[in-house]
Design a protein around this ligand. Structure first.
Ligand code: ADP
Ligand code: MG
Length: 380
């Protein structure tokens, strides 16, 4: 059964009637620009073909109900405040709450979810869920919520209702990406540019490798990185690390007394520049040449930002040894996925090389596939 069919069937099973419609929102990979979003910096994600589908319809009882193929018993709630709905239902209650807080009258609705975005793998199943639900509620209620405002509403659900201190990257990618494009986003102004991302035309491909490494301490470490970045910006007297350029970096590092803060700041400042350099190369159609920037981004995450684990470092190294033009971890870190820029005919051999390296180290086997840039959230 396809994901849309599964969502439709789950709706009928739970609520005994047909859904009024189907809305889909994708997971994403971030090509480059890691942990830069909450530093007011730059990111460059593209949407995955994997997506979360919300089958939805109006609710006669004035409440919101949501179920998932992963949790078939509906979670039912009325008007709530953060903390009142917990567990996975909080992502949905959070969207209702954030939309209400933004001044919109949210239509009571019944929702059933199905997804093929891997959960907890750094491909942003949480933002896919929020964005699918948000888009469904907006359409069902006929709400006038401009596209550029939507990511911040979904982010607020995740930050202030679920309690995960994530930046604007994931929701922006799920809502604003376009098929065949990477999304160049300025996380301060929310200005975007759709960058044509034609890999096949150049004989290239992006291999996504799910490390299947268990996520550990993700929230705590993420929060700690955020705090370090804020401390560094404040010590430097700038609103955010975005305001330090690579040319100013050496002087800035001298001012920071603490070695950990120095390394965290160096990652953010150089990573922002790598995003700009990647965009410039893509504009010129020099896709292959972004490889070294991807690998430099990984080295910076491993050595300066310290958010990688052995499984992702091993995948990057094995992919490079197998001939990848560049490779890096993508997503918040401490596990999750790696992406490798490869010649299109090397997908199988690269995936096999990574799997061999995992077997030698006794790691759980990785899962690899070629990713193309899919569409953003929409009614389907
Ligand atoms: P990621 O966004 O990297 O996949 P997160 O930890 O941010 O990882 O989000 C995963 C959580 O989102 C899950 O633990 C679950 O609570 C919720 N979630 C995502 N997709 C679904 C779904 N289809 N059904 C139920 N819950 C989901
Ligand atoms: Mg998430």
């Amino acid at each position: 059964m396809s994901i849309p069919e599964a969502a439709r069937a789950a709706f009928t099973e739970a609520y005994g009637e047909e859904a009024a419609g189907l809305w889909a929102a994708p997971g994403r990979v971030n090509l480059i620009g890691e942990h830069t979003d909450y530093n007011d910096g730059f990111v460059l994600p593209f949407a995955l073909p994997q997506r979360t589908v919300a089958a939805a319809g109006p609710a006669p009882d004035g409440k919101w109900s949501v179920c998932s193929t992963l949790a078939p018993d509906p979670v039912v709630f009325g008007v709530t405040r953060p903390g009142e709905v917990t567990g996975w239902g909080a992502y949905v209650a959070g969207v209702v709450w954030a939309l209400t807080e933004a001044g919109f009258e949210v239509p009571p609705a019944r929702i059933a979810l199905a997804s093929d975005v891997p959960l907890g793998s750094g491909l942003s199943s949480s933002a896919a869920l929020e964005s699918a639900v948000l888009t469904a509620l907006i359409d069902l209620g006929g709400l006038d919520v401009p596209l550029e405002r939507r990511p911040a509403i979904a982010q607020r659900a995740e930050n202030d209702y679920v309690g995960a201190p994530t930046g604007i990257l994931d929701q922006s990618a799920s809502i604003r990406c376009q098929e065949g494009h990477a999304l160049f986003l300025d996380c301060r102004s929310y200005a975007i540019e759709q960058i044509p991302f034609d890999l096949a035309g150049q004989g290239l491909a992006i291999l996504v490798i799910n490390s299947n490494a268990p996520h550990q301490h993700v929230d705590g470490e993420y929060g700690a990185r955020r705090k370090s970045c804020e401390a560094a910006a404040s010590a430097l007297g700038v609103p955010a690390l975005r305001d330090v350029s690579v040319a100013e970096l050496a002087g800035a590092l001298e001012k920071l007394g603490d070695d950990v803060l120095r390394r965290r700041a160096r990652h953010i400042v150089t990573e922002n520049q790598r995003v700009l350099d990647t965009v410039a190369l893509l504009h010129e159609g020099r896709v292959r040449e972004i490889g070294p920037l991807l690998t430099a981004s990984h080295d910076s995450m491993r050595d300066d930002f310290e958010i990688t684990v052995d499984q992702v470092d091993t995948a990057v190294q094995a992919a490079l040894t197998a001939g990848a033009h560049g490779a890096r971890m993508t997503g918040g870190g401490f596990g999750g996925c790696v992406l490798a820029l490869i010649d299109a005919d090397r997908a199988e051999s690269t995936a096999a090389a990574v799997a061999d390296a995992y077997a030698q180290k006794g790691f759980t086997a990785p899962t690899s596939w070629v990713a193309t840039a899919g569409p953003g959230a929409a009614r389907i």
